[in-house]
Design a protein around this ligand. Sequence first.
Ligand SMILES: *[C@@H]1O[C@H](CO)[C@@H](O)[C@H](O)[C@H]1NC(C)=O
Length: 362
Amino acid sequence: MQLKMLSITLVVIAVASGSLAQVTGTYPAVPLISKHYASPADLPYKVDTDTGLVRGQQTGYNICNSTTENQQSLCQTFYFNAHDDFCLTAPPNPGKTVADQEGEMVAWCSKKGHGTRLIPNGAIKGLEFRKTPDYIQIVGKIDQTLINIPEGDYGGEMDSGGADGRGNPMGGVFFSTAWGGSSPIQASHWTCFMGGDMFGCKACDPSKSNPRRHCEHIYDRIGIVWNMPSNAKEGEFVSCDADNAEFVGVYTSNGQVLTYTQPPESLGAISTMPYTPTIPPSSNCKTFASTQLFAALPTGSSSGSTSGTITGSGGSSKPTGSASATGSGSAGAKPTDSGAEAIAVSAAASVLGVLFAALFLA
Ligand SMILES: *[C@@H]1O[C@H](CO)[C@@H](O)[C@H](O)[C@H]1NC(C)=O
């Protein structure tokens, strides 16, 4: 396998220039994980109404319906129901890396009816959905240029936490019908990895004993393979039952149960891991053809589908196969100012994870 030089994405929270009201703090009074809604019908227009915080305001909205169902939608309510009915966290606009707009991600869904953008037909190249006793998970391969992620961007993690508790995207909420009930149930703890032509999302059953740890979001730099062990393969579309994975970061070595600590970004790229993740056994697997799952999706062209010029830097929005240079700085390292520094740690390219992921999915 040919390994390309990977650029490590430096994450800098760019505080929108000029127009921001005065910044008076970083943390919200109520973190996203403490905002509970009995059903999507109970959602406010925006889940995050904080003002004056360092990351600015929620860029999209949570009331999503037929009028918001289009390719410019800024819906930030994500449905994760089944192998053929899920939404990914992806950028509203092309031309910027995942790390540079993790706080603004919008819902791109595999099915109509959620008031969101739709993942273009043909974008998804393979997936594995697994339902375990405590969570649901989907991992797969995608042409990420069709959902506004620049070619060559190794991306990062979005989750219900974020370094400041506002979530990435801010105000992003997940609902699922996978656990029964007459209307979708909110999963307050969820996590998604996007980038490196892969996607993965996990949402934890709120009625079980440890949704926080099964959907842990502190291992943002080690990627999908460690956070979401799966048997996903390119060209296969599979839905399974499965056992729970061990909590992310917990592993057994010489009979001892240990917990991995992710080193701080200041120590540089993570180049070794003390363990390889165990893929929990799966059962009742059903295999589908992609046409069975996604035939109703419209075809899409690459990221240009939203208006706006594509700036030269990282964001190549050309169809795959073009040899455009993406190097010039995914997430150009802008000078940061003090307040943003702490937040910046929350998202990072998971270079190592992506390398291993490529092996698993090859
Ligand atoms: C549809 O969603 C928009 C945007 O969130 C909202 O303003 C509008 O009230 C909604 N319409 C209905 C009928 O709920």
